[in-house]
Design a protein around this ligand. Sequence first.
Ligand code: SF4
Length: 283
Amino acid sequence: MEVLLAEEFGFCFGVERAVEMVEEVVEEGARPIRSLGPLIHNAQEMERLGARGVSTIDSPEEAGADTIAVIRAHGVTPQVQRELEQRAAKVIDATCPFVTRVQHLAERAARQGRDVVVAGNPDHPEMIGVVGYAPDNTYVVRDAAEVAALPPLRAPLVVSQTTIKLQTFLEVAEAVREKADTEPQVVNTICSATRDRQDAARALAGQVDAFYVIGGRHSSNSVKLLAVCQEQCARSFLIETPAEINFNDLKGVQKVGVTAGASTPNWLIDQVVERLHKLGQSA
Ligand code: SF4
């Protein structure tokens, strides 16, 4: 049985960078290291980091004077960052640079007295952080329909949550264009990581007899990857660990595809590939 990896899979740039930043502090021996919210949406990687002294806190108040506090890739509001800096011994800011860009664009537009419309999910931590950079000027809308309910917009800037669909962003930008009396500044701030993984999985799914997506069952990008694979390959499975591979699912399979969500670490992917190779010898 041949095991084929999708061209793009696993950790995105921002998550990989955040984990590397935390690993560096772990190596320096400083403790306790506490991330504000889970550093990564992967139970196995959180467990591994937990064994190395990295834990999670839910609010800045939980950071003690000896804490090395970590801001994860989604970013936080400037207020939360300041609070962490006041309370903790040190703050590691692992905000993904793509998210920082959205924060800075919103902040600058607000300083210029302009309104900001962000296409995204207002409850998502990334959006909560962005709004904190321009709280009086920013409106987060889930879709174009929500633009109608906004008050009159002053020289608007339109940006996007990094992980939303391009179509949603374009529709929101068009709705703002129709509503505003001046031409809006439209900056596409979507990160291509999610789309690249989906495109690569789609390209491979048509060529294999079975497909394994490695990722958390609660990770939305992994669940979406599974849906993409299932469109072309009925025998597609979402697994969190190699132990979940069912030998019976591989009967008669000659080619098996593998991909992984943006929060799935390489060591877990390696374990799955190794197990597939072993099972493939007996399938
Ligand atoms: S998905 Fe994109 S924006 Fe989000 S953390 Fe990864 S690289 Fe950064």
